[in-house]
Design a protein around this ligand. Sequence first.
Ligand code: ADP
Ligand code: MG
Length: 281
Amino acid sequence: SQAGGSPRPLRIIALANQKGGVGKTTTAINLGTALAAIGEHVLIVDLDPQGNASTGLGIDRRQRRLSTYDVLSGEAALADAVQVTAVPRLSLIPSTMDLLGLEMAMASAADRAQRLRRALEPLDRGEAQEAQPSTEDRRFTYVLIDCPPSLNLLTLNALAAAHAVLVPLQCEFFALEGLSQLLRTVEQVKGALNPRLAIQGVVLTMFDPRNNLSAQVVADVREFMGDKVYETMIPRNVRVSEAPSHGKPVLLYDLKCAGSQAYLRLASEIIQREGRLPAAA
Ligand code: ADP
Ligand code: MG
């Protein structure tokens, strides 16, 4: 905790991009781990029915007692659904396939896009804490929401609940096309549901320095989005793709690899840009 005992502000970030396979889940897991490694208290909310963030953090299906489905449907309180992970200071609310049916189940509810926002309100008041035993201040300082690859009701819930959207963008030819559509959706949500919503930034993923197309995409995205694009790019790195099958973030699987080091740099860059003081880890 900071000098004077004032609580660190909570930052809720939705990782969104309606394209699949661009690095949303990988970034949620590994940015979350990197933030935790430098002293932040992080909650990952798995909002994808595929549950890849849950699996990648080593929480298999049998361990998913309460899930984001239970929280969004109002059957469980947020605090009860928070689970510890093997990473100190990193907690998770897992997802299950039940989420697939949530859209139908909530179709006629007037507050259907505001469920996650309501559920996260106790965090703003510092009420829900990490389940991990610890002597320090255990209030969450970051919530990372891992969105499904679609602009559906689940993603709307994430955008309605977040302070900002972090967009993982894969360095490939059609990267910018999807980005315009996502930015339009963000503007709509901002107008209708969540006036505070901002663009946190764009993180370029799976960058390959030997590929000319990668370099061209980077140049185009930087021209289009300006300084919203992080300096840090996540390289394509085989260790990053191997780690989930071991149920580990890459930082626990191979701390020295280029992917781990890039996620650590991204975490520092995000904290610096927010003008936060580094947490006393
Ligand atoms: P999304 O959540 O957007 O669908 P994922 O994070 O699941 O995307 O990533 C898609 C695939 O790409 C996964 O198999 C993942 O392991 C792999 N991947 C993601 N980032 C990297 C990287 N930097 N280097 C190598 N493989 C990566
Ligand atoms: Mg995913």
